[in-house]
Design a protein around this ligand. Structure first.
Ligand code: ADP
Ligand code: DP6
Ligand code: CO
Length: 325
């Protein structure tokens, strides 16, 4: 079976964070989360099942990947092979239009695109909601990259109902400015970091309580198109996630000096009358939720401190989509 189609998936940045699993094998999360899909960062992937190939091969950004990286992809493809009754090996080619493993959500777009490409190549033709449960088992945040706009990942009760739901298209003057503080690979993966936080942070139970309140409130604010409320909840929830990490043993922090500078710049912008709010993930980079119509003004201010190449403006991204090669 051969396949000439590519799938593109956009990254997403959580406004209400996922930081911990209750089932590591099935990737069932401790809490429901909610994100904004971005149009400037994405992954394109093709999968082709070929009888003539011995074992799976995985190219990322044109470089043949080692056994460890390939095994991750193989295990994930097994979910599709099993369901479709396919025994042949796969050739996987993927390009990240996002820095890999730097806290800019490459695992979200990467695993969502791989799920989309495997769905095509296997002929399973799963709908996006069902496909989100497959993407989840590659990387939790990938669940939400199935759709554009504001997306909730419902924590669910089992493998089938822990899935993505689109909350809103975000087509009401919403944007995100990313400040790339450092695009190098982090030394502690999200997977490892959250596992240690769940196991050791005394703040974890209060994080969970607080997050379910934040989620209910942000959904209301999104539906009411109350941008400032959405922003305030986003900034607060992100900081609380980082507080749980600081409470872990050993303590964990992904911040760098420039991350703190970036956060202060956002506070200054707010002080000057531009509504904008920051959030950070498992990496040093800072993402600024803003009105898309204010994004150029925000960039103009930020380039006083950072290089223009470090500042990337995004609008809301789209659903997972097929791209012809
Ligand atoms: P990030 O902050 O970029 O999401 P993570 O630590 O969560 O960092 O995940 C990085 C991992 O995601 C990589 O080591 C790799 O296993 C996986 N990944 C990233 N991009 C791709 C891709 N295009 N295809 C398959 N897997 C990918
Ligand atoms: C801080 O989805 O990368 O970005 O499920 O282990 O692959 P795995 O982790 P990942 O974790 C994302 C953590 C986060 C918050 C979020 O995206 O919700
Ligand atoms: Co990730």
């Amino acid at each position: 079976m051969s396949n000439e189609k590519k799938v593109r998936a956009y990254t997403n940045i959580a406004l209400i964070k996922y930081w911990g699993k209750r089932d590591e094998k099935l990737f069932l999360p401790m809490n429901s989360s909610l994100s904004l899909t971005l149009d400037s960062f994405y992954t394109e992937t093709s999968v082709s099942f070929e009888d003539s190939t011995e074992g799976d091969v995985f190219y990322l950004n044109d470089a043949l990947q080692d056994a460890k990286a390939t095994q991750k992809v193989s295990r994930f493809l097994d979910l599709f092979r099993q369901e479709a009754g396919i025994t042949s090996a796969a050739v996987v080619k993927s390009t990240n239009f996002v820095p890999t493993a730097a806290g800019l959500a490459s695992s979200a777009s990467g695993m969502a695109a791989l799920a989309g490409a495997a769905n095509l190549a296997s002929g399973l033709n799963l709908d996006k909601t069902t496909l989100s449960t497959y993407a989840r088992r590659g990387s939790g945040s990938a669940t939400r990259s199935m759709f554009g706009g504001f997306v909730e990942w419902e924590k669910g009760t089992n493998n089938e109902d822990s899935r993505a739901i689109k909350i809103d298209e975000a087509s009401w003057d919403i944007g995100m400015v990313t400040i790339i503080v450092n695009d190098k690979q982090k030394s502690i993966s999200s997977r490892e970091g959250m596992k240690n936080t769940v196991a050791t942070s005394p703040f974890y139970p209060s994080w969970l309580e607080s997050t379910s309140v934040d989620l209910a409130n942000i959904k209301e604010a999104i539906l009411a198109k109350d941008f400032e409320q959405v922003g305030m909840i986003t900034e607060s929830n992100g900081m609380k996630m980082h507080a749980t990490m600081l409470g872990a043993n050993p303590p964990l922090s992904y911040w760098e000096p420039d991350s703190v500078r970036a956060m202060q710049a956002v506070r200054n912008l707010r002080q000057s009358g531009i509504p904008c709010y920051f959030t950070m993930d498992a990496g040093p980079n800072v993402k600024v939720l803003c009105r898309l119509s204010d994004s150029q003004k925000i960039k103009d201010y930020l380039v006083q401190t950072f290089n223009p190449e470090q500042i990337v403006i995004s609008g809301p991204g789209k659903d997972l989509e097929e791209i012809s090669i």
